[in-house]
Design a protein around this ligand. Structure first.
Ligand code: SF4
Length: 709
């Protein structure tokens, strides 16, 4: 596999290499100076890329700092027992150890005793090849990934309602043209700062923005209306708004009759959601509900944009349905500058959820339990369909099965810092420690590599080629811009080397990411997420290609649903859903809601951003946001050290006292892994459909308060 030849792709002005940010799903275009791979280039926002138009957030501006970082892993690390320190090893020794462990596990305990854990940060090529590696080289059903914790509820709801899951079924520019935008549980001013340019244009065009969030976030401050909803009650709010839409005559009856199924059951359900009842559940006053509904109902165009707030719950899919029901009842999806959409989080959160690193999925958004889908992929892979494993365990269930009693004895992790990102972190840490063998591929040491038997040092984003699919469904080319340091290898090469050691090398003979992409295109042909008409050359020529793109001359599909939805009858589906409590609710013992989120300076588990000095300087630790009434009740002052307890563990935070949060709710960001780790408190209550854990709602108590040291 080639590691040294850098295919330099010139920008329009011939001054820089054009590529994309390593972090979130906005995948901002960046330009890096051409240094012929000899040193680390500076970064600029790409003014020609039509999504960010030159803007970057602080993470993007500082991302170059990772490329020559002194803490970069440069050698494979092994240890002879968990009691030993790591020592540097050759690639052959490290790969042999992993392959031997996988083979031993399979022989002694069966193929499903090997587990694989992927990431929404992996390129499409890597996500595809990791799924193929699990199913063919290991023969295991047990592969899942951290995107299960991010997008699975939105994906589940979108698939069931529309027959397809593409985060935005329209290009980003539609936001600027929409008369009313309702942001539900997204603080995108902090999580996707360059997106705010589209809301500013919307405002300049006379549009209105409403934000639903338990906190008055930076995004909520910029809104025309903020609904400070009780955590876990977004579903009830959506049902209440639909009640008002019926009462006030805002239903689009023609659209409901012509383009949808199942409305009558929804109507019967929401008639129980009288505004007074909804106010008791949500804490949102009837006048605010009526105002929002009137804006939405009277607007010529209206978008409902969902974030993780309503989705990361044990009823996440049902909550997504409630908001899609409202959108369908108003006749929005498919109408210009209107509809329901979800703002994807991770860098390849869209492509990563389409191509087979989910336990129930094969490439092209195919189902692993569907005989035709199995046959299609088996033909591409040159194996009998019956040899493919069946559906495996979802992310939390997979991690909860680690160790001798759970049955998954060996775990191979690619690009995920599980030890920080998992809900109910202490439980997962104990499971990770009980694995017989843990191998982790990463560019930097982190809390998960610290538990491993073998660590493989890998390329970073700017050192290799690949494709990413952004939050709009636009497939992008991530181009190599710097030469990787000696001693590290690419994930694709690692999978090939391991497959060869497991006697499956003939199925992994790829020389480049573009080679993998060629097979991957064929594997998606005829599927829901059809990439078969996309090539690297087409992406370069068009600044990205929207899937589906089913043949070479096809231009891609920026907008979905204008004429039909993706169910066989072309119609969208309503689902009647009821509010229900979360996995736990505040009570006398644990009286506060605890909810989690992000800072603009950090990304996910912080494995990369906690290494960037500028970001650490700006945001060195998580703060516990709490209301002044809570501060008074517990004698908490600014910066006091507050210990929170949930039924699963305790964490200590410095206090930030603010009226911008509900008095019944406490908030902390989840990017840290030490004693201030928010995921020590979070709850592994799972959604029955998406298997999403309940990151956004735990019951906690304030166990102690002490002054800052
Ligand atoms: Fe853009 Fe996201 Fe990167 Fe920030 S982190 S520069 S919003 S892609």
């Amino acid at each position: 596999m080639t590691t040294t030849t850098l295919p330099l792709v010139r920008s329009r002005d011939e001054l820089a290499i054009r590529t994309h940010c390593p972090y979130c799903a906005f995948q901002c275009g960046i330009r890096m100076a051409d240094t012929a791979g000899e040193s680390v280039p500076q970064i600029q926002g790409d003014p020609h890329f039509p999504v960010n138009n030159g803007q970057l957030c602080i993470k993007g501006w500082t991302s170059f700092a990772l490329l020559n970082h002194p803490r970069r892993l440069l050698h494979p690390l092994v240890r002879d027992s968990r009691a030993d320190e790591f020592r540097e090893a050759s690639w052959d020794e490290a790969l042999d150890r992993i392959a031997d462990a996988m083979s031993r596990t399979k022989t002694a305990h069966g193929a499903d005793a090997n587990g694989v854990f992927g990431s929404g940060a992996l390129t499409n090529e890597k996500a595809y090849l990791l799924g193929k590696f699990a199913r063919l080289a290991l023969g295991t059903a047990n592969i899942d990934y951290n995107g299960r914790w991010c997008m699975s509820s939105a994906a589940g709801g979108g698939n069931r309602a529309f027959g397809i899951d593409r985060g935005l079924p329209f290009p980003i520019e539609d936001i600027a043209r929409s008369e009313v935008v309702v942001l539900v549980g997204s603080n995108c001013a902090d999580t996707l700062p360059p997106i705010m340019q589209w809301f500013e244009k919307q405002k300049a065009n006379g549009g209105r923005l409403a934000v639903v969030d338990p906190r008055r976030t930076e995004t909520a401050r910029r809104a025309d209306l903020h609904l400070g909803v009780t955590p876990g009650s977004d579903l009830a709010l959506a049902n209440g708004l639909l009640y008002l839409a019926i009462e006030d005559g805002f239903l689009n009856r023609e659209y409901i009759a012509d383009r949808t199924n199942g409305f009558e059951a929804v109507r019967a359900t929401v008639l129980n959601y009288h505004p007074a009842a909804v106010e008791r559940i949500t804490g949102v006053g009837e006048p605010q509900m009526r105002q929002l509904l009137r804006w939405m109902g009277a607007a010529k165009s209206c978008l409902i944009l969902s974030g993780r707030g309503p989705e990361q719950h044990s009823k996440g899919v049902d909550t997504v349905h409630a908001w899609i029901n409202l959108a369908l009842a108003l006749g929005l999806p498919g109408k210009p500058n209107s509809g329901w959409a979800t703002l994807t989080g991770q860098g390849n959160g869209q492509g990563g959820r389409e191509h087979g690193q989910k336990a129930d999925q094969l490439p092209g958004y195919r189902s692993i339990e569907n005989p035709e889908h199995r046959e299609a992929i088996a033909n591409v892979w040159g194996v009998p369909a019956e040899s493919l494993p069946r559906k495996g365990k979802s992310a939390c269930e997979l991690l909860d099965s680690l160790g001798p009693t759970g049955g998954i004895r060996t775990l191979f992790v690619m690009g995920s810092n599980i030890a920080v990102a998992s809900p109910d972190k202490t439980r997962v840490l104990n499971r990770l420690k009980s694995t017989e063998f843990l191998a982790v591929c990463d560019a930097f040491a982190n809390e998960t590599t610290a538990l491993a038997d073998v660590v493989l040092p890998v390329f970073q984003w700017a050192e290799e080629s690949g494709t990413m699919t952004n939050f709009e469904g636009r497939v992008l080319h991530r181009r190599p811009t710097v030469r990787p340091p000696r001693g590290v290898r690419g994930d694709l090469e690692i999978l090939r080397e391991l497959a060869e050691r497991l006697d499956h090398g003939h199925q992994f003979q790829f020389e480049s990411a573009e080679d993998v992409f060629a097979e991957f295109r064929r594997a998606t042909a005829g599927s829901t997420a059809d990439y078969s008409g996309i090539s690297y050359a087409k992406i370069d020529a068009q600044d990205g290609v929207f899937w589906p793109c089913p043949y070479d001359d096809h231009p891609g599909t920026p907008r979905l649903f204008a004429e039909r939805f993706h169910h066989a009858d072309g119609r969208a589906k309503f689902f009647a859903v009821e509010h229900r409590p979360g996995g736990e609710h505040p009570d006398d013992a644990y009286p506060y809601f605890f909810t989690t989120g992000r800072y603009k300076e950090h990304y996910n588990s912080g494995a990369q951003t906690r290494l960037v000095s500028k970001l650490v300087h700006e945001r060195p630790r998580p703060m516990l946001q709490l209301h002044p009434t809570v501060a008074e009740r517990h004698a908490i002052f600014t910066d006091s050290l507050v210990t929170l307890e949930s039924r699963r563990g305790r964490a200590e935070f410095h206090a930030e006292i603010t009226p911008d949060i509900r008095p019944d709710t406490l908030f902390a960001a989840f990017h840290w892994g030490g004693s201030d780790s928010a995921n020590t408190l979070t709850n592994m209550a799972l959604d029955p459909i998406s298997r999403m854990p309940e990151y956004k709602l735990a019951a906690v108590r304030i166990a102690s308060v002490r002054p800052t040291e």
